[in-house]
Design a protein around this ligand. Structure first.
Ligand SMILES: [Zn+2]
Ligand SMILES: [Zn+2]
Length: 95
């Protein structure tokens, strides 16, 4: 009986963080630029309280600062408009 050594090549899909090159274990990546991100480079949207908040890289998150401000302002304006309509309704009903 003869024995021989053989090498086996396995290909595994590994993703590296596009920022620091560390292996990415979870499916984390930027929602906007699609870069792969490790745990220390992924930014979770703190406004999303769910289990799967949107993920961003630091660059895209920082660029979004003025846009997030606008979103908050628009949401407030929206609430004010709804309140105004509610009040008009109340007035109309009390005539
Ligand atoms: Zn990283
Ligand atoms: Zn990004």
């Amino acid at each position: 009986m003869s024995e021989r050594e053989t090498t086996r090549t396995e290909s595994i899909r590994v993703r590296d963080c596009d920022v620091c090159g560390a292996p990415v274990r979870h499916r984390t990546g930027c929602k906007l630029c699609k870069r792969d991100l490790c745990d220390s480079h992924v930014v979770y949207d703190p406004r999303d309280p769910g289990d799967y908040p949107d993920q961003f890289c630091g660059d895209c998150w920082n660029v979004g600062e003025p846009f997030r401000k606008r979103q908050i302002e628009e949401e407030q304006r929206h609430e004010e408009v709804l309140d105004t309509i509610d009040n008009e309704w109340r007035l109309a009903a009390s005539r």
